[in-house]
Design a protein around this ligand. Structure first.
Ligand SMILES: Cc1cc2nc3c(=O)[nH]c(=O)nc-3n(C[C@H](O)[C@H](O)[C@H](O)COP(=O)(O)OP(=O)(O)OC[C@H]3O[C@@H](n4cnc5c(N)ncnc54)[C@H](O)[C@@H]3O)c2cc1C
Ligand SMILES: NC(=O)c1ccc[n+]([C@@H]2O[C@H](COP(=O)([O-])OP(=O)(O)OC[C@H]3O[C@@H](n4cnc5c(N)ncnc54)[C@H](OP(=O)(O)O)[C@@H]3O)[C@@H](O)[C@H]2O)c1
Length: 384
Protein backbone atom coordinates (compact mmCIF):
# COMPACT_ATOMS: atom_id res chain seq x y z
CA UNK A 1 0.00 0.00 0.00
CA UNK A 2 1.15 3.52 -0.81
CA UNK A 3 2.56 5.42 2.17
CA UNK A 4 -0.01 7.80 3.64
CA UNK A 5 -2.98 6.02 1.96
CA UNK A 6 -3.38 2.85 4.06
CA UNK A 7 -6.96 2.24 2.97
CA UNK A 8 -8.56 0.56 -0.04
CA UNK A 9 -11.80 -1.04 -1.19
CA UNK A 10 -11.38 -4.00 1.16
CA UNK A 11 -10.12 -1.86 4.06
CA UNK A 12 -11.99 1.44 3.74
CA UNK A 13 -11.63 4.44 6.02
CA UNK A 14 -14.71 5.38 8.04
CA UNK A 15 -15.09 9.11 7.46
CA UNK A 16 -17.69 11.39 9.07
CA UNK A 17 -20.05 13.51 7.02
CA UNK A 18 -19.65 16.98 8.55
CA UNK A 19 -22.17 18.88 6.46
CA UNK A 20 -24.28 18.84 3.34
CA UNK A 21 -25.89 21.74 1.51
CA UNK A 22 -27.75 22.08 -1.74
CA UNK A 23 -25.87 23.60 -4.67
CA UNK A 24 -29.16 24.55 -6.34
CA UNK A 25 -31.65 27.32 -5.71
CA UNK A 26 -35.43 26.70 -5.57
CA UNK A 27 -37.36 23.77 -7.01
CA UNK A 28 -35.25 22.29 -9.79
CA UNK A 29 -35.21 19.38 -12.21
CA UNK A 30 -31.80 18.37 -10.88
CA UNK A 31 -30.45 18.03 -7.33
CA UNK A 32 -26.83 18.74 -6.51
CA UNK A 33 -25.10 18.83 -3.11
CA UNK A 34 -21.88 20.10 -1.59
CA UNK A 35 -20.57 17.65 1.00
CA UNK A 36 -17.87 18.19 3.62
CA UNK A 37 -16.22 15.02 4.86
CA UNK A 38 -13.91 14.76 7.86
CA UNK A 39 -10.75 12.79 7.00
CA UNK A 40 -8.80 13.41 10.21
CA UNK A 41 -7.19 10.15 11.42
CA UNK A 42 -6.80 8.96 7.82
CA UNK A 43 -3.31 10.49 7.47
CA UNK A 44 -4.08 11.27 3.85
CA UNK A 45 -2.27 14.11 2.16
CA UNK A 46 -4.47 14.58 -0.84
CA UNK A 47 -3.60 16.75 -3.85
CA UNK A 48 -5.75 18.83 -6.18
CA UNK A 49 -7.19 16.47 -8.81
CA UNK A 50 -7.42 13.38 -6.55
CA UNK A 51 -10.75 11.63 -6.04
CA UNK A 52 -12.51 10.12 -3.08
CA UNK A 53 -13.91 6.63 -3.68
CA UNK A 54 -17.14 6.06 -1.77
CA UNK A 55 -18.45 2.61 -0.89
CA UNK A 56 -22.17 3.28 -0.86
CA UNK A 57 -24.99 1.38 0.80
CA UNK A 58 -28.11 0.20 -0.96
CA UNK A 59 -31.43 1.75 -0.08
CA UNK A 60 -32.59 -0.15 3.06
CA UNK A 61 -36.13 -0.22 1.61
CA UNK A 62 -34.88 -2.16 -1.46
CA UNK A 63 -33.15 -4.63 0.85
CA UNK A 64 -36.30 -5.12 2.94
CA UNK A 65 -38.38 -5.67 -0.22
CA UNK A 66 -35.92 -8.24 -1.52
CA UNK A 67 -35.80 -10.16 1.77
CA UNK A 68 -39.57 -10.16 1.97
CA UNK A 69 -40.07 -11.20 -1.65
CA UNK A 70 -37.72 -14.16 -1.30
CA UNK A 71 -38.89 -14.98 2.27
CA UNK A 72 -35.33 -14.81 3.57
CA UNK A 73 -34.28 -14.36 7.19
CA UNK A 74 -32.28 -11.07 7.56
CA UNK A 75 -30.07 -12.44 10.35
CA UNK A 76 -28.84 -15.53 8.46
CA UNK A 77 -25.04 -15.42 8.64
CA UNK A 78 -23.28 -15.23 5.28
CA UNK A 79 -19.56 -15.34 4.57
CA UNK A 80 -18.48 -13.75 1.32
CA UNK A 81 -15.14 -15.01 -0.03
CA UNK A 82 -13.97 -11.36 -0.37
CA UNK A 83 -14.29 -10.63 3.36
CA UNK A 84 -14.07 -14.10 4.95
CA UNK A 85 -16.04 -12.78 7.93
CA UNK A 86 -19.60 -14.00 8.66
CA UNK A 87 -22.13 -11.17 8.53
CA UNK A 88 -25.94 -11.04 8.70
CA UNK A 89 -27.57 -11.32 5.28
CA UNK A 90 -29.23 -7.92 5.65
CA UNK A 91 -25.88 -6.17 6.15
CA UNK A 92 -24.30 -8.09 3.26
CA UNK A 93 -27.13 -6.97 0.97
CA UNK A 94 -26.92 -3.37 2.18
CA UNK A 95 -23.17 -2.95 1.96
CA UNK A 96 -21.46 -5.60 -0.09
CA UNK A 97 -23.54 -6.43 -3.17
CA UNK A 98 -24.90 -4.57 -6.16
CA UNK A 99 -28.72 -4.72 -6.26
CA UNK A 100 -29.62 -2.16 -8.91
CA UNK A 101 -28.55 -4.32 -11.86
CA UNK A 102 -29.58 -7.76 -13.00
CA UNK A 103 -26.42 -9.84 -13.31
CA UNK A 104 -26.37 -12.38 -16.10
CA UNK A 105 -25.39 -15.17 -13.72
CA UNK A 106 -28.37 -14.50 -11.42
CA UNK A 107 -30.71 -14.35 -14.38
CA UNK A 108 -29.43 -17.65 -15.78
CA UNK A 109 -29.79 -19.24 -12.35
CA UNK A 110 -33.36 -17.93 -12.06
CA UNK A 111 -34.24 -19.13 -15.59
CA UNK A 112 -32.96 -22.62 -14.82
CA UNK A 113 -35.17 -22.72 -11.74
CA UNK A 114 -38.48 -21.48 -13.11
CA UNK A 115 -40.93 -23.62 -15.05
CA UNK A 116 -39.83 -23.84 -18.67
CA UNK A 117 -43.30 -24.07 -20.12
CA UNK A 118 -44.61 -20.84 -18.55
CA UNK A 119 -46.10 -18.22 -20.88
CA UNK A 120 -43.86 -15.53 -19.43
CA UNK A 121 -40.73 -17.60 -19.77
CA UNK A 122 -41.29 -17.96 -23.51
CA UNK A 123 -41.52 -14.17 -23.95
CA UNK A 124 -38.10 -13.61 -22.43
CA UNK A 125 -35.34 -13.27 -25.01
CA UNK A 126 -32.75 -16.05 -25.07
CA UNK A 127 -29.18 -16.29 -26.34
CA UNK A 128 -26.71 -13.47 -26.87
CA UNK A 129 -29.01 -11.42 -29.11
CA UNK A 130 -29.54 -7.70 -28.70
CA UNK A 131 -32.90 -8.50 -27.09
CA UNK A 132 -31.19 -10.43 -24.35
CA UNK A 133 -28.62 -7.69 -23.68
CA UNK A 134 -31.40 -5.10 -23.55
CA UNK A 135 -33.41 -7.23 -21.17
CA UNK A 136 -30.50 -7.32 -18.72
CA UNK A 137 -29.84 -3.61 -19.17
CA UNK A 138 -33.46 -2.60 -18.59
CA UNK A 139 -34.25 -4.79 -15.56
CA UNK A 140 -33.13 -4.50 -12.01
CA UNK A 141 -32.98 -7.55 -9.76
CA UNK A 142 -36.26 -6.50 -8.12
CA UNK A 143 -37.98 -6.06 -11.50
CA UNK A 144 -36.85 -9.51 -12.67
CA UNK A 145 -38.17 -11.08 -9.46
CA UNK A 146 -41.52 -9.36 -9.98
CA UNK A 147 -41.87 -11.40 -13.19
CA UNK A 148 -41.57 -14.63 -11.19
CA UNK A 149 -43.45 -14.11 -7.92
CA UNK A 150 -43.13 -17.78 -6.92
CA UNK A 151 -39.36 -17.92 -7.30
CA UNK A 152 -37.45 -18.74 -4.08
CA UNK A 153 -33.78 -19.40 -3.33
CA UNK A 154 -31.54 -19.70 -0.30
CA UNK A 155 -29.54 -16.78 1.06
CA UNK A 156 -26.33 -18.45 -0.09
CA UNK A 157 -27.67 -18.94 -3.64
CA UNK A 158 -28.75 -15.31 -3.80
CA UNK A 159 -25.41 -13.82 -2.76
CA UNK A 160 -23.41 -16.21 -4.94
CA UNK A 161 -25.07 -14.83 -8.06
CA UNK A 162 -24.82 -11.12 -7.28
CA UNK A 163 -21.91 -8.84 -8.13
CA UNK A 164 -19.90 -6.93 -5.53
CA UNK A 165 -20.79 -3.33 -4.79
CA UNK A 166 -18.30 -1.15 -6.63
CA UNK A 167 -16.87 2.06 -5.20
CA UNK A 168 -17.89 5.33 -6.91
CA UNK A 169 -15.33 8.05 -7.48
CA UNK A 170 -15.91 11.73 -6.72
CA UNK A 171 -13.46 14.51 -7.63
CA UNK A 172 -12.21 16.30 -4.56
CA UNK A 173 -13.51 19.87 -4.73
CA UNK A 174 -11.41 21.38 -1.91
CA UNK A 175 -7.90 22.82 -1.81
CA UNK A 176 -5.58 20.71 0.36
CA UNK A 177 -3.65 23.72 1.66
CA UNK A 178 -6.86 25.29 2.98
CA UNK A 179 -8.58 22.07 4.11
CA UNK A 180 -5.97 19.42 4.93
CA UNK A 181 -8.37 17.55 7.24
CA UNK A 182 -11.49 17.69 5.08
CA UNK A 183 -12.49 16.78 1.59
CA UNK A 184 -15.32 18.58 -0.17
CA UNK A 185 -17.37 16.89 -2.89
CA UNK A 186 -19.92 18.17 -5.43
CA UNK A 187 -22.49 15.48 -6.15
CA UNK A 188 -25.21 15.54 -8.80
CA UNK A 189 -28.08 13.13 -8.14
CA UNK A 190 -28.64 10.40 -10.72
CA UNK A 191 -32.42 10.11 -11.22
CA UNK A 192 -34.25 8.69 -14.20
CA UNK A 193 -37.29 6.68 -15.27
CA UNK A 194 -36.91 3.09 -16.39
CA UNK A 195 -38.73 1.51 -19.35
CA UNK A 196 -41.75 0.84 -17.10
CA UNK A 197 -41.92 4.55 -16.23
CA UNK A 198 -40.78 3.82 -12.66
CA UNK A 199 -38.51 6.27 -10.87
CA UNK A 200 -34.95 5.03 -10.30
CA UNK A 201 -31.98 6.61 -8.57
CA UNK A 202 -28.25 6.03 -8.54
CA UNK A 203 -27.03 4.00 -5.57
CA UNK A 204 -24.20 6.25 -4.41
CA UNK A 205 -25.87 9.57 -5.13
CA UNK A 206 -28.98 8.47 -3.17
CA UNK A 207 -26.71 7.34 -0.33
CA UNK A 208 -24.93 10.72 -0.29
CA UNK A 209 -28.18 12.72 -0.52
CA UNK A 210 -30.40 13.72 2.44
CA UNK A 211 -32.26 10.40 1.86
CA UNK A 212 -29.07 8.52 2.74
CA UNK A 213 -26.43 9.12 5.41
CA UNK A 214 -27.33 11.80 7.96
CA UNK A 215 -24.93 14.60 8.84
CA UNK A 216 -22.69 13.19 11.56
CA UNK A 217 -22.98 9.70 10.08
CA UNK A 218 -20.10 7.57 8.83
CA UNK A 219 -19.30 6.63 5.24
CA UNK A 220 -16.71 4.14 3.99
CA UNK A 221 -14.21 5.60 1.57
CA UNK A 222 -10.63 5.63 0.31
CA UNK A 223 -8.40 8.08 -1.56
CA UNK A 224 -7.66 7.59 -5.26
CA UNK A 225 -4.62 9.35 -6.68
CA UNK A 226 -4.95 11.02 -10.07
CA UNK A 227 -2.85 12.10 -13.03
CA UNK A 228 -5.00 15.27 -13.17
CA UNK A 229 -2.75 17.91 -11.65
CA UNK A 230 -2.14 21.63 -11.24
CA UNK A 231 0.71 23.00 -13.36
CA UNK A 232 4.06 22.17 -11.74
CA UNK A 233 4.88 25.84 -12.20
CA UNK A 234 1.96 27.66 -10.60
CA UNK A 235 2.89 30.87 -12.44
CA UNK A 236 1.33 29.23 -15.50
CA UNK A 237 -2.15 30.30 -16.61
CA UNK A 238 -4.98 27.74 -16.40
CA UNK A 239 -7.99 27.37 -18.71
CA UNK A 240 -10.53 25.18 -16.89
CA UNK A 241 -13.52 23.72 -18.71
CA UNK A 242 -15.92 22.09 -16.26
CA UNK A 243 -19.64 21.89 -16.95
CA UNK A 244 -21.92 20.22 -14.38
CA UNK A 245 -20.06 18.02 -11.92
CA UNK A 246 -16.93 18.67 -13.98
CA UNK A 247 -16.48 21.92 -12.06
CA UNK A 248 -15.68 20.02 -8.84
CA UNK A 249 -11.88 19.67 -9.13
CA UNK A 250 -11.57 23.23 -10.46
CA UNK A 251 -12.98 24.63 -7.22
CA UNK A 252 -9.99 22.95 -5.57
CA UNK A 253 -7.55 24.16 -8.25
CA UNK A 254 -8.60 27.82 -8.02
CA UNK A 255 -8.75 27.92 -4.22
CA UNK A 256 -5.28 26.32 -4.18
CA UNK A 257 -3.97 29.18 -6.36
CA UNK A 258 -5.68 31.56 -3.88
CA UNK A 259 -3.93 29.86 -0.95
CA UNK A 260 -0.56 30.02 -2.69
CA UNK A 261 -1.05 33.74 -3.38
CA UNK A 262 -1.93 34.29 0.28
CA UNK A 263 1.39 32.62 1.09
CA UNK A 264 3.13 35.23 -1.05
CA UNK A 265 3.69 33.15 -4.17
CA UNK A 266 3.04 34.34 -7.70
CA UNK A 267 0.27 32.44 -9.52
CA UNK A 268 -0.92 32.48 -13.11
CA UNK A 269 -4.23 33.73 -14.41
CA UNK A 270 -7.27 31.42 -14.31
CA UNK A 271 -10.15 31.24 -16.77
CA UNK A 272 -13.13 29.07 -15.83
CA UNK A 273 -15.72 27.90 -18.37
CA UNK A 274 -18.71 26.63 -16.41
CA UNK A 275 -21.84 25.12 -17.95
CA UNK A 276 -25.12 24.15 -16.36
CA UNK A 277 -28.86 24.08 -16.88
CA UNK A 278 -30.10 27.46 -15.63
CA UNK A 279 -28.38 30.52 -14.20
CA UNK A 280 -30.98 31.07 -11.50
CA UNK A 281 -31.08 27.53 -10.10
CA UNK A 282 -27.90 25.68 -11.18
CA UNK A 283 -25.06 28.18 -10.87
CA UNK A 284 -22.97 25.98 -8.56
CA UNK A 285 -20.63 27.96 -6.24
CA UNK A 286 -21.65 31.31 -7.74
CA UNK A 287 -20.75 33.30 -4.58
CA UNK A 288 -17.35 31.66 -4.35
CA UNK A 289 -16.51 32.49 -7.97
CA UNK A 290 -17.50 36.10 -7.24
CA UNK A 291 -15.25 36.17 -4.18
CA UNK A 292 -12.35 34.62 -6.10
CA UNK A 293 -12.82 37.20 -8.87
CA UNK A 294 -12.85 40.03 -6.34
CA UNK A 295 -9.58 38.69 -4.95
CA UNK A 296 -8.10 38.61 -8.45
CA UNK A 297 -7.45 34.86 -8.37
CA UNK A 298 -10.20 33.88 -10.80
CA UNK A 299 -9.42 36.31 -13.59
CA UNK A 300 -11.99 35.22 -16.19
CA UNK A 301 -15.34 33.42 -15.83
CA UNK A 302 -17.61 32.45 -18.72
CA UNK A 303 -20.82 30.50 -18.24
CA UNK A 304 -23.10 28.59 -20.60
CA UNK A 305 -26.59 27.98 -19.27
CA UNK A 306 -28.14 25.57 -21.71
CA UNK A 307 -31.81 25.80 -20.75
CA UNK A 308 -32.25 29.56 -20.25
CA UNK A 309 -33.10 30.07 -23.93
CA UNK A 310 -34.58 28.13 -26.82
CA UNK A 311 -31.27 27.12 -28.40
CA UNK A 312 -28.60 25.16 -26.49
CA UNK A 313 -25.58 27.13 -25.39
CA UNK A 314 -22.70 24.97 -24.19
CA UNK A 315 -19.19 25.66 -22.89
CA UNK A 316 -17.64 24.97 -26.31
CA UNK A 317 -19.72 27.83 -27.76
CA UNK A 318 -18.23 30.16 -25.14
CA UNK A 319 -14.73 28.86 -25.95
CA UNK A 320 -15.23 29.64 -29.65
CA UNK A 321 -16.52 33.15 -28.83
CA UNK A 322 -13.19 33.82 -27.09
CA UNK A 323 -11.04 32.04 -29.68
CA UNK A 324 -8.45 34.79 -30.34
CA UNK A 325 -7.81 35.47 -26.63
CA UNK A 326 -7.68 31.75 -25.78
CA UNK A 327 -5.18 31.16 -28.59
CA UNK A 328 -2.94 33.85 -27.06
CA UNK A 329 -3.18 32.20 -23.62
CA UNK A 330 -2.35 28.76 -25.03
CA UNK A 331 0.57 29.94 -27.16
CA UNK A 332 1.76 31.78 -24.05
CA UNK A 333 2.01 28.46 -22.17
CA UNK A 334 -1.39 28.13 -20.47
CA UNK A 335 -2.56 24.70 -19.28
CA UNK A 336 -5.91 23.51 -20.67
CA UNK A 337 -8.11 21.22 -18.53
CA UNK A 338 -11.42 19.44 -19.23
CA UNK A 339 -13.46 17.64 -16.58
CA UNK A 340 -16.90 15.97 -16.64
CA UNK A 341 -18.97 14.03 -19.16
CA UNK A 342 -16.88 11.86 -21.47
CA UNK A 343 -19.61 10.74 -23.86
CA UNK A 344 -20.28 14.06 -25.64
CA UNK A 345 -18.99 17.13 -23.81
CA UNK A 346 -15.28 16.29 -23.72
CA UNK A 347 -15.21 15.39 -27.43
CA UNK A 348 -17.05 18.56 -28.42
CA UNK A 349 -14.77 20.72 -26.27
CA UNK A 350 -11.68 19.10 -27.79
CA UNK A 351 -13.08 19.79 -31.28
CA UNK A 352 -13.55 23.45 -30.31
CA UNK A 353 -10.00 23.59 -28.96
CA UNK A 354 -8.61 22.17 -32.21
CA UNK A 355 -10.61 24.76 -34.15
CA UNK A 356 -9.18 27.56 -32.01
CA UNK A 357 -5.64 26.26 -32.51
CA UNK A 358 -6.19 26.12 -36.24
CA UNK A 359 -8.10 29.35 -36.86
CA UNK A 360 -6.77 31.67 -34.17
CA UNK A 361 -3.34 30.25 -33.35
CA UNK A 362 -2.76 29.66 -37.11
CA UNK A 363 -1.29 26.20 -36.56
CA UNK A 364 -1.11 23.99 -39.66
CA UNK A 365 -1.27 20.79 -37.57
CA UNK A 366 -3.35 21.52 -34.44
CA UNK A 367 -3.60 17.78 -33.62
CA UNK A 368 0.17 17.56 -33.38
CA UNK A 369 0.27 20.66 -31.17
CA UNK A 370 -2.34 19.10 -28.88
CA UNK A 371 -0.27 15.90 -28.61
CA UNK A 372 2.73 18.02 -27.59
CA UNK A 373 0.59 19.86 -25.05
CA UNK A 374 -0.52 16.48 -23.67
CA UNK A 375 3.08 15.25 -23.39
CA UNK A 376 4.01 18.45 -21.58
CA UNK A 377 0.96 17.94 -19.30
CA UNK A 378 -0.46 21.23 -20.56
CA UNK A 379 -3.56 19.43 -21.85
CA UNK A 380 -5.25 17.23 -19.23
CA UNK A 381 -8.65 15.54 -19.13
CA UNK A 382 -10.51 13.90 -16.27
CA UNK A 383 -13.66 12.60 -17.93
CA UNK A 384 -16.09 9.88 -16.98
C1 LIG B 1 -12.82 10.16 -11.89
C2 LIG B 1 -14.30 10.37 -11.64
C3 LIG B 1 -14.72 11.50 -11.00
C4 LIG B 1 -16.09 11.70 -10.78
N1 LIG B 1 -16.46 12.83 -10.12
C5 LIG B 1 -17.77 13.06 -9.88
C6 LIG B 1 -18.17 14.23 -9.17
O1 LIG B 1 -17.33 15.07 -8.77
N2 LIG B 1 -19.49 14.39 -8.94
C7 LIG B 1 -20.44 13.49 -9.38
O2 LIG B 1 -21.63 13.71 -9.11
N3 LIG B 1 -20.08 12.39 -10.06
C8 LIG B 1 -18.76 12.14 -10.29
N4 LIG B 1 -18.40 11.00 -10.95
C9 LIG B 1 -19.46 10.02 -11.31
C10 LIG B 1 -19.67 9.09 -10.09
O3 LIG B 1 -18.53 8.28 -9.87
C11 LIG B 1 -20.85 8.13 -10.29
O4 LIG B 1 -20.67 7.42 -11.48
C12 LIG B 1 -22.19 8.84 -10.33
O5 LIG B 1 -22.37 9.62 -9.15
C13 LIG B 1 -23.33 7.83 -10.40
O6 LIG B 1 -23.26 6.94 -9.29
P1 LIG B 1 -24.55 6.27 -8.65
O7 LIG B 1 -24.09 5.15 -7.78
O8 LIG B 1 -25.43 7.31 -8.04
O9 LIG B 1 -25.32 5.71 -9.89
P2 LIG B 1 -25.44 4.15 -10.28
O10 LIG B 1 -26.22 3.42 -9.28
O11 LIG B 1 -24.07 3.64 -10.60
O12 LIG B 1 -26.32 4.30 -11.56
C14 LIG B 1 -25.78 4.77 -12.76
C15 LIG B 1 -26.40 3.88 -13.78
O13 LIG B 1 -27.79 4.22 -13.85
C16 LIG B 1 -28.25 4.01 -15.14
N5 LIG B 1 -28.79 5.26 -15.65
C17 LIG B 1 -28.43 6.51 -15.29
N6 LIG B 1 -29.16 7.42 -15.95
C18 LIG B 1 -30.00 6.70 -16.73
C19 LIG B 1 -31.02 7.05 -17.67
N7 LIG B 1 -31.30 8.33 -17.91
N8 LIG B 1 -31.69 6.05 -18.27
C20 LIG B 1 -31.41 4.76 -18.03
N9 LIG B 1 -30.46 4.37 -17.18
C21 LIG B 1 -29.77 5.32 -16.54
C22 LIG B 1 -27.08 3.59 -15.98
O14 LIG B 1 -27.08 2.18 -16.03
C23 LIG B 1 -25.89 4.08 -15.19
O15 LIG B 1 -24.74 3.31 -15.43
C24 LIG B 1 -17.05 10.76 -11.20
C25 LIG B 1 -16.60 9.61 -11.86
C26 LIG B 1 -15.27 9.41 -12.08
C27 LIG B 1 -14.83 8.16 -12.79
N1 LIG C 1 -20.62 8.02 -16.95
C1 LIG C 1 -21.57 8.49 -16.22
O1 LIG C 1 -22.22 7.78 -15.49
C2 LIG C 1 -21.91 9.93 -16.26
C3 LIG C 1 -21.09 10.86 -16.92
C4 LIG C 1 -21.46 12.21 -16.88
C5 LIG C 1 -22.62 12.57 -16.24
N2 LIG C 1 -23.36 11.61 -15.66
C6 LIG C 1 -24.57 11.91 -14.97
O2 LIG C 1 -25.26 12.93 -15.66
C7 LIG C 1 -25.89 13.76 -14.71
C8 LIG C 1 -25.46 15.19 -14.80
O3 LIG C 1 -24.11 15.27 -14.92
P1 LIG C 1 -23.39 16.66 -14.85
O4 LIG C 1 -23.85 17.41 -13.68
O5 LIG C 1 -21.93 16.43 -14.95
O6 LIG C 1 -23.80 17.38 -16.19
P2 LIG C 1 -25.18 18.08 -16.57
O7 LIG C 1 -25.68 18.98 -15.50
O8 LIG C 1 -26.08 17.08 -17.15
O9 LIG C 1 -24.69 18.96 -17.77
C9 LIG C 1 -23.98 20.16 -17.57
C10 LIG C 1 -24.22 21.05 -18.76
O10 LIG C 1 -23.62 20.46 -19.90
C11 LIG C 1 -24.56 20.54 -20.96
N3 LIG C 1 -24.25 19.63 -22.04
C12 LIG C 1 -24.99 18.60 -22.52
N4 LIG C 1 -24.40 18.07 -23.59
C13 LIG C 1 -23.26 18.77 -23.80
C14 LIG C 1 -22.24 18.72 -24.77
N5 LIG C 1 -22.23 17.82 -25.75
N6 LIG C 1 -21.23 19.58 -24.69
C15 LIG C 1 -21.20 20.51 -23.71
N7 LIG C 1 -22.14 20.63 -22.77
C16 LIG C 1 -23.17 19.77 -22.82
C17 LIG C 1 -25.89 20.34 -20.29
O11 LIG C 1 -26.92 20.82 -21.14
P3 LIG C 1 -28.34 20.10 -21.40
O12 LIG C 1 -28.50 18.99 -20.40
O13 LIG C 1 -29.36 21.18 -21.23
O14 LIG C 1 -28.28 19.61 -22.81
C18 LIG C 1 -25.70 21.19 -19.06
O15 LIG C 1 -25.95 22.54 -19.35
C19 LIG C 1 -25.54 13.20 -13.37
O16 LIG C 1 -26.60 12.41 -13.02
C20 LIG C 1 -24.25 12.44 -13.61
O17 LIG C 1 -24.00 11.44 -12.68
C21 LIG C 1 -23.03 10.32 -15.66
Amino acid sequence: MEAGIPYDRHHPFEATLLSRRSLCRGETEREAYHLVIDIRRSQWHYSCGDSLAILPQNDPRCVSDLLQRLCLEPLTLITLPSSGVPKPLRLVLEEELCLNHLPKSFWEFLRRRVAKDGELYRKIPVGESEGWENFLKNHTLAKALELFPDFRCTAQELVEHLRPMLPRLYSIASAPTLFPEEVHLAIVMVKYEDIYGEKRHGVATRYLSPEGIPVGGRCRCFLVRSHFRLPEDIRRDMILVGPGTGVAPFRGFIWEYAAQREAGKETGRTWLFFGSLRRHSHFYYQEEWEELMARGVLTHLDCAFSRDQAEKIYVQHRLLEHGPELARWILGGAHFYICGDASHMAKDVEAALLQILSVHAHLSDPGDYLRTMRREKRYQKDVY
